[in-house]
Design a protein around this ligand. Structure first.
Ligand code: NAP
Ligand code: HSE
Length: 436
């Protein structure tokens, strides 16, 4: 017996999938019980160089050679972008084909429609590679931890930004230098906006939220802040305070009010926390289930073979399912239906804060700022003042206790009127994992 696989896209991910299916035939046959075979692969440019050369006749520019082709049982969407990927996936499902996709942007934006179509057509759609590359986080949430109420998921979901933050931590590199280095190693795209502004990780966070809580929030409902405003100075202070700075994805149910917090922003985390040790391009997640306790997963979040590992794992699972029983259109996210639920707005969130004011070094400045904080019910945990520059400005670092973002923002805007600040104030949230 043979399962025929059709690829939409033969770039980084598609070529990796082709390489595993072509070179690991006997291994995969042992696992599935029959052969996986690459049937066709759709590309734009038949003559472009390929990381794994395709056999003659595999490539085509016509997606109809893959989608709706009755000889192909599994369609792998590895082209990226929204269209034509969305339309092709819907057509494949309607044609009775099962689908594997690595496209987190598409699932985050059109997931409701695509998962509903899979259910309606009684087909499978698998997407392990869409979040955290090789790490089996989707399967862990959907199956391994199915018995749990998921209390929280914390993650480092973008390799490019984690690489940049690691360089800024270890070598005091500036953001621009670290970004340049990430680009020269091929980690960051020529246009790195989706990575450094947090959108790539936010798409992954939306998918994780659907798996963990049965709610697929839209991008506009969640707090997204990238890493472009981080300054080398704050990495020094973070180290001194016992923290590491990470771009942290959080999807957690607040135990006090029962509401969901879904946010992605730079965060100071204790140096001893598992996520603090996740360096370079690695990704990681910590999932807390009510029965399981904490589960930590870490590994390669991107790259040709790491991503293909997840895609081919999905193909194998579909091949096993569809030959052992007819496809039943199992709920793709592990929930019979998605619910809609209000996500806490950024102003409703409580965290601790690291604030770095740049101020005139003169008497009364600290008293003025702490007076504003006190008026807004913000309690100060620690203060550091350091390093007068030639203009007479000094860094004044304040670490707060737990405070409401709404109060903090009001206090910050009042400090601007005190006439003591000489530069923009830097704010980084301090994460307290134990609260969830
Ligand atoms: P890529 O290297 O740019 O490859 C895209 C492939 O799709 C190319 O072969 C391209 O053809 C083909 N393609 C694009 N638009 C097409 C169209 N309209 N018609 C026909 N073919 C089209 O992208 P990638 O890095 O493999 O990423 C693919 C997907 O996987 C994306 O959704 C991405 O977010 C996701 N992903 C990637 C990684 C990673 O490490 N790269 C990790 C996790 C998830 P040509 O080659 O002819 O241009
Ligand atoms: N651009 C992503 C990252 C890889 O840097 O992690 C694909 O998800």
């Amino acid at each position: 017996m043979i399962t025929n696989v059709g690829l939409l896209g033969y770039g980084t991910v598609g070529a990796g999938v082709a390489k595993i299916i072509s070179l690991e035939d006997s291994l995969l046959s042992q696992k599935v019980g029959w052969s996986l075979k690459l049937a066709r692969a759709t590309v734009r440019d038949l003559d472009a160089p390929r990381a794994f050369p395709p056999p003659p006749g595999l490539l085509t520019t016509d997606p109809r050679d893959v989608v709706g082709n009755p000889d192909i049982q599994v369609v792998v969407e590895a082209m990226g972008g929204i269209e034509p990927a969305r339309t092709l996936i819907l057509k494949a499902l309607e044609s009775g084909q099962n689908v594997v996709t690595a496209n987190k942007a598409l699932l985050a934006i059109h997931g409701v429609e695509i998962f509903a179509k899979a259910k309606e057509c009684r087909r499978e759609i698998f997407f392990e590679a869409a979040v955290a590359g090789a790490i089996p986080v989707i399967r862990t949430l959907k199956e391994g931890l199915a018995a749990n109420r998921i209390l929280s998921v914390f993650g480092i979901l973008n390799g490019t930004t984690n690489y940049i933050l690691t360089r800024m931590t270890q070598d005091a590199s500036s953001f621009q230098d670290a970004l340049f280095e990430a680009q020269s190693h091929g980690y960051a795209e020529a246009d790195p906006t989706a990575d450094v502004e947090g959108f790539d990780a936010a798409h992954k966070l939306i998918i994780l939220t659907a798996l963990a809580h049965g709610v697929l929030p839209s991008l506009k409902d969640i707090q997204v802040e990238g890493i472009t405003k981080l300054d080398a100075k704050d990495f020094d202070f973070a180290g001194e305070l016992g923290f590491t700075i990470k771009l942290l994805a959080v999807s957690a149910r607040n135990p006090e009010d029962g509401l969901l917090e879904v946010r992605l922003h730079p965060a100071m985390i204790p140096q001893g926390h598992l996520l603090a040790g996740v360096s370079g391009v690695l990704n990681a997640v910590v999932i807390r289930g009510h029965a399981s306790g904490d589960i930590f997963l870490s590994g390669a979040g991107a790259g040709m073979m790491a991503t293909a590992s997840a895609v081919v794992g999905d193909i194998i699972e579909i091949a096993r399912l569809s030959h052992s029983a007819p496809a039943v259109g199992k709920p793709s996210l592990g929930w019979q239906s998605l619910t809609s639920e209000r996500i806490k707005s950024p102003t409703e969130i409580y965290t601790r804060y690291y604030l770095r004011f740049t101020v005139h070094d003169r008497p009364g400045v600290l008293a003025a700022i702490s007076g504003v904080f006190s008026a807004h019910n913000i309690s100060i945990a620690q203060v550091i003042q350091k390093g007068v520059d030639p203009t007479g400005s000094v860094s004044l670092v304040i670490l707060t206790h737990l405070a409401a973002e709404k109060d903090l923002q009001m206090a910050l805007s009042e400090t601007q009127k005190l006439g003591v600040l000489t530069a923009e104030t830097k704010l980084i949230r301090v994460e307290d994992f134990a609260r969830y």
